[in-house]
Design a protein around this ligand. Sequence first.
Ligand code: MN
Ligand code: MN
Length: 310
Amino acid sequence: MRFALALKSDALALDFPTNSLPNRAVAAYLGMAIGDALGATVEFLTPREIVAQYGEHRDIVGGGWLRLRKGRVTDDTEMSLALGRSILSSGGVNADAAAEAFSAWMRTKPVDIGNTVRRGIRHYRQTGEPEVPLHEYDAGNGACMRTLPIALYTLGADVATIAAAHRAQAYVTHHNLVSDAGTLAVIQMVQVGLRGGTWQELRDLTKALVAADERYAFDRRRMENPSGYIVDTLHAVFQALFATDSFETALIDVVNRGGDADTTGAILGMIAGAFYGLEAIPKRWLAALEKDTALECQEQALALIAAAPY
Ligand code: MN
Ligand code: MN
């Protein structure tokens, strides 16, 4: 399905019809950015430290170890936007364009950048290869945190096509099969949301992931302080998603677990944004997000679903 592009404007258009694809796609993007901005305040804190400093952390206030301005996002959102721009300008998902976009982003001296990401971009600059060697033991969440443009652009494609698009962007920095499995599940969960799918479909995707790799089993004990290991990250995301029944409560649940809270927030925000839609996103969070970021999220979401070829 194709939709007309919204004209560039300086205001968020939040009046997309309920349950429509543009509504859910924009909600996924804003959900990611809001999760990133909300979680960044408490990134690397423990739940106990969060309670001591904030009680329950539920507002976008900036600060944190990066000393962020209120409403500022971090690498999770910035790399997603860089990847999305590369898809739109190069006419598809391709590794060279993604690597070039990530390299250009690193040149902007980002507020935060992960070690695996930095190493991968350096590898591309030095060799011209947009793919790092297999890292069997390095299953960070850095490819998953920026996967949202892939979910929008490959909506309607078969799984093999989706997986190939995922690998093209992921292997610039993260070449790891555990990351692949978890990220593919996240892409498909976002797509369930974009299609207006059901809770049971989300459950089934996580069940299939656990059946394929039992490390992803997430029901035994509460994951607090989730690390940047993709299994820990998704453990917290899935628990929070399935323990709550709204965008707001899910996001508050996951970021108050601390640890890699901006990234758990970003990943949960994209899934829950698509699933619950724009109306479910609290107005106070939309208002707090930096305006340029919010507008670019909206424009890119609409452009990607308009360009999606499947
Ligand atoms: Mn981050
Ligand atoms: Mn993070």
